[in-house]
Design a binder for this molecule. Structure first.
Ligand code: GDP
Ligand code: MG
Length: 441
């Protein structure tokens, strides 16, 4: 898989010093493939890779990360920066002033569905009184569809059939809203299969004649490359204020988010996560970055590990291991580090490719056995913990009783501990005192 490919490249990178141009180029070749596979447009990929390259070459490998993680970190941060914005919600006028939102986009993008979703959210979360307006007079079923959706979310729909111009319907709807104390008017406009002058003119006319506060472009995330042309044209011809990316519940990697943001500079506000009218979510650039890279939540893993594992302690541990001084107190401390970063279950679930395979696995088992090991060590005396060699059969019996476990478990732990010590002494990296924090080195 892509993640494996990336990780293979990254594995080859050194873990100290500055990233060389060759290393960065090799890593970015895979990132480039990843972005193209995620349907980010070619033009945007090229720009992105160029800008990343400049930043990454010569970058110092971060203290606790290795070279590969450093590249991922830079790529990820840049993706988040590119897709993020201060604006994370559709802007509404204050108080009881009527806010007019015009929904635009190609046919099938999800305008009518999103119109109802958005109304439901702004009603529930912002206490708005919405009115949905049926401005799609071309498709026979369009008006009916909006009425059904409106009913589902308990929001009234204004319609005048298909004999009037959309701009006139919109104007009439404004009067209706004002008369009935509504303060949010959402216009569901008509799309076409492709960009088309008549459609653009119609939208421009509405914008010219009404006080449209927010023009929202609805784009199907699955359209990939096409999304760029669409958003570029809509933004140039009518001007958009924000974007809703629909159908992200599918298996698309969501490259459209990056393309659209890069090309229009307009914020992505919401994402559609299903056909149900409650399936509208806020847009989170960090989640989208992970999705586009296909890397699970690897960044949160890196960040968590970086934040929680004390470098000084890790260094000390390495020293001890080198001198074979590692004892049960250190073992206990290591276990507590693991617990601090959320236990094995949470570590595993954050690894790419593992997260969604975990459902059938009993993660409690690992945590339970960790607890038992802990209680065995806690049943040892101070002397025994510091001098593992002291632990003879009669002491083992006492420890087992104290921990409430079978003596075989104590035996197993002692054996594992000895093996671990031996193994760690043999690891070539240990003698050099690697800089990475982690379990024993
Ligand atoms: P419009 O032509 O732009 O008004 O698009 P519609 O709102 O009629 O939606 C077209 C189709 O896409 C419908 O079958 C919707 O149920 C579906 N749809 C819209 N948004 C989403 C979404 O976020 N996820 C999924 N799976 N389907 C969606
Ligand atoms: Mg529609």
């Amino acid at each position: 898989s892509l993640t494996d490919k990336l990780q293979n490249v990254f594995k080859g990178l050194r873990s100290k010093g500055k990233l060389s141009e060759a290393e960065v180029k090799a890593a970015l070749k895979e990132v480039k493939m990843a972005l193209l596979e995620a349907d980010v447009s070619f033009k945007v990929v090229k720009q992105f890779i160029n800008s990343i390259q400049e930043q990454a070459v010569g970058a110092e490998v971060f203290g606790k990360l290795d070279a590969g993680q450093t590249v991922i970190k830079i790529v990820n941060e840049e993706l988040v920066k590119l897709m993020g914005s201060e604006t994370t919600e559709v802007d509404l006028k204050p108080g009881n002033e009527i806010t007019v939102i015009m929904m635009t986009g190609l046919q099938g993008a999800g305008k009518t569905t999103t119109t109802a979703k958005l109304a439901a959210q702004l009603k529930a979360k912002k206490g708005r009184k919405p009115l949905l307006v049926a401005c799609d007079v071309y498709r026979p079923a369009a008006i009916k569809q909006l009425q059904i959706n409106g009913e589902k979310v308990g929001v009234p729909v204004f319609a005048m059939g298909d004999k009037h111009k959309p701009v006139d319907i919109a104007k009439a709807a404004m009067e209706h809203a004002a008369k009935n104390g509504m303060n949010l008017v959402i216009l569901d406009t008509a799309g076409r299969l492709h960009i088309d002058e008549a459609m653009m003119d119609e939208l421009v006319e509405i914008k010219d004649q009404l006080d449209v506060h927010q023009t929202i472009l609805v784009v199907d995330a699955m359209t990939g490359q096409d999304a760029v042309n669409v958003s570029e044209t809509f933004n140039n011809k009518i001007g958009i204020d924000g974007v809703v990316l629909t159908k992200l519940d599918g298996d698309t990697r969501g490259g459209a988010a990056l393309s659209i943001r890069a090309v229009t500079g307009k914020p992505i506000l919401y994402v559609g996560m299903g056909e149900k009218l409650s399936d509208l979510e806020q847009f989170y650039p960090d989640r989208m970055a992970s999705r586009i890279l296909g890397m699970g939540d690897i960044m949160s893993l890196i960040e968590k590990a970086t934040a929680e594992i004390d470098e000084e302690q890790a260094r000390e541990m390495t020293q001890k291991l080198r001198k074979a001084e590692f004892d049960y107190n250190d073992f206990l401390a290591q276990m507590q580090q693991i617990k601090k970063i959320g236990g094995m279950g949470s570590i595993l679930s954050m690894l790419p490719g593992v997260g969604n395979q975990l459902s059938g696995v009993d993660m409690d088992e690992g945590e339970k056995s960790m607890k038992r090991v802990e209680s065995i060590i806690l049943s040892m005396t101070k002397d025994e913990r510091a001098n593992p060699g002291l632990i003879n059969p009669s002491r083992k019996k006492r420890i087992a009783r104290g921990a409430g476990v079978d003596i075989s478990e104590v035996n197993r732990l002692v054996k594992q501990f000895d093996q671990m010590k031996k193994m760690m002494k043999q690891m070539p990296g240990m003698a050099g005192g690697k800089k990475r924090g982690g379990f024993g080195g």
